[in-house]
Design a protein around this ligand. Structure first.
Ligand code: TXE
Length: 494
């Protein structure tokens, strides 16, 4: 395939990096270079932040009435809907996830822009009661200014929607940086902002290695808010940089989510949910149900059901409709997963399916990891505590509800959890006992633009999606007005 050179969007112009440097985009299925992407450095970051800052301070964006901003967001949603096929194909080529999944996902993304476009003109302040008879107080919700939105490779456009839709609806401008492992769909998507009629500089997209230019972006004095999805390690690093200047952050980091199956569950549904939780997207989702907590009395029978589905999963070309599992996104990711698998075996976990393996000969030359299941896992093992981000399930036994809760919560993460049971009392009571930002009961991996999403503990801070999300991009101001006819003693605070 002929490689294509992409450009970045800065201040309404399509630009290469000032240095002229590029990096390659590799298709993980055939390992071919298919595109070159600008390798931005501090100079490009500075230009993008400057453009966003000017668009916020002197451009038309902040003077636009909120309903106009909302209309632009809705127009953008329409344009995404018209470009689903192209954008989803680019995502699959970039990260190897199934086209069937990416096209459904991209087809859903307009809803974020419709929903938050609808909220743009519903940001209401409040008149506050006060204890001072000749004073009046009201609050305003104001945008921060320039938002740095940093996304991961597993769902570039969906993660961008989580951040851009509320940030723009709230009146901020944005510098968006996709992952170096999957930048092209975001650069293509950026064209739609122009088509929708957004003023220049309101959205800027820069590409590059986070390790090289990430600090220039998050530490930039004109960036006031950082919204990040990625690894715990990078999240911690960003948090330190942001904390130095007390910048606001929304961080969506990793997880080690438990999927808890009780003996009284509908076992067919539960088996499908467990598979969806760990094999969908080759396990490369932050909410992957990577720990299967299984009640003693159904241990063998349930495991057999899961094994039967996992064994039949078809690895192959992610563009084909009958493929169940595509390659993992990059050689880095492939190596990391294999290291985790080897460590699990060294720790004494029993590999009953898959395992550290060479390429699956039936699946082409891609970076394939076979569905892998470990038993004999105790919850303190590396494989039960560290995020693998691959199709790798650790099975852990429990006796009763109390033990299930203890194991589920015995992790530094707290992103999500699944509970499978037909006992109504348990289904109602257990979610409150699980320390995670999302709990699914008799379902798994459901998200919506309308409902809050975000982690507890080291899985992150702040919420994305739903009404809460727009508040992440607004700061509150308190305004006092005096109606007193004579001013009082200046040395006494009232
Ligand atoms: O993450 P990084 P990587 C986990 C998953 C995966 C691991 C590594 O376990 O195996 O992280 O993936 C940018 N300042 N998740 O290496 O490095 C980077 O360019 C600013 C879970 O891809 O965190 C990219 O745009 N930005 C996660 C983004 O951060 C920096 C999804 C994420 O990359 C930066 C992805 C810096 N100093 C991986 N350094 C989830 N929550 O779903 C890097 N970046």
């Amino acid at each position: 395939m002929r490689t294509q050179d992409y450009k970045m969007l800065i201040g309404g112009e399509w630009l290469s990096a000032e240095s002229g440097e590029y990096f390659q985009s590799i298709n993980p299925y055939n390992q071919e270079e298919w595109a070159r992407v600008p390798r931005a450095d501090a100079a490009d970051v500075n230009a993008a932040v400057k453009a966003a800052h000017e668009a916020f301070t002197i451009g038309p964006w902040s003077k636009m009435i909120p309903s106009e901003r909302g209309a632009l967001l809705r127009k953008l949603g329409d344009l995404i809907a018209q470009n689903v096929k192209e954008l989803a194909t680019l995502e699959t080529r970039d990260n190897g996830k199934l086209y069937a999944e990416m096209s459904a996902q991209v087809g859903y993304i307009p809803q974020w822009y419709y929903y938050f476009g609808g909220l743009a003109d519903k940001i209401e302040g409040m008149v506050h009661p006060t204890d001072k008879p000749d004073m009046f107080n009201y609050s305003r919700h104001e945008p921060y200014g320039v938002v740095a939105a940093i996304t991961a490779w597993n769902s570039p456009l969906l993660l961008a929607a989580y951040k851009l839709a509320p940030a723009l609806a709230a009146g901020n401008t944005v510098v968006l940086k996709p992952s170096e492992h999957a930048s092209c769909s975001t650069l293509q998507f950026a064209r739609l902002f122009e088509q929708a009629g957004f003023p220049a500089g309101v959205v800027n997209v820069i590409t590059g290695y986070g390790s090289e230019m990430g600090d220039d972006l998050t530490g930039h004095p004109q960036v006031s808010k950082i919204s990040f999805t990625g690894s715990e390690a990078t999240g911690r690093h960003i948090n330190e940089i942001a904390g130095g200047d007390f910048k606001s952050t929304t961080l969506e980091l990793g997880g080690k989510s438990p999927n808890i199956v009780f003996a009284d569950a509908n076992l067919d549904n539960a088996a499908n949910g467990v598979i969806a939780g760990i094999l969908a997207a080759s396990g490369q989702t932050c909410v992957a149900g990577s720990r299967l907590l299984l009640q003693d009395s159904i241990y063998d029978a349930f495991l057999e059901r899961v094994m039967t589905i996992a064994r039949d999963a078809k690895l192959g070309d992610p563009m084909l409709p009958d493929t169940n599992i595509g390659p993992v996104a990059s050689k880095d990711q492939y190596d990391k997963i294999n290291r985790c698998l080897e460590m699990a075996m060294a720790e004494g976990a029993n590999c009953i399916l898959g395992g550290p393996a060479d390429k699956n000969p039936e699946a082409g030359q891609g970076l394939f990891i076979q569905p892998t299941i470990f038993t004999n896992v105790s919850n303190n093992m590396h494989i039960a505590q560290e995020e693998v981000f691959g199709p790798v399930l650790s099975v852990i036994r429990f006796k009763d509800e109390k033990e299930a809760i203890e194991i589920a919560n015995d992790t530094r993460y707290g992103l999500a959890a699944g509970i499978w049971s037909q006992n109504m009392k348990r289904c109602l009571e257990l979610p409150a006992k699980i320390k995670a930002g999302t709990v699914w009961v008799n379902t798994y991996r459901v998200v919506s633009y309308m409902t809050p999403f975000g982690g507890y503990k080291v899985s992150g801070t702040g919420k994305e999606n739903g009404i809460e999300a727009i508040k992440q991009y607004l700061q509150m101001k308190s305004v006092w007005l005096s109606t007193a006819e004579t001013s009082s003693n200046p040395f006494l605070i009232r």
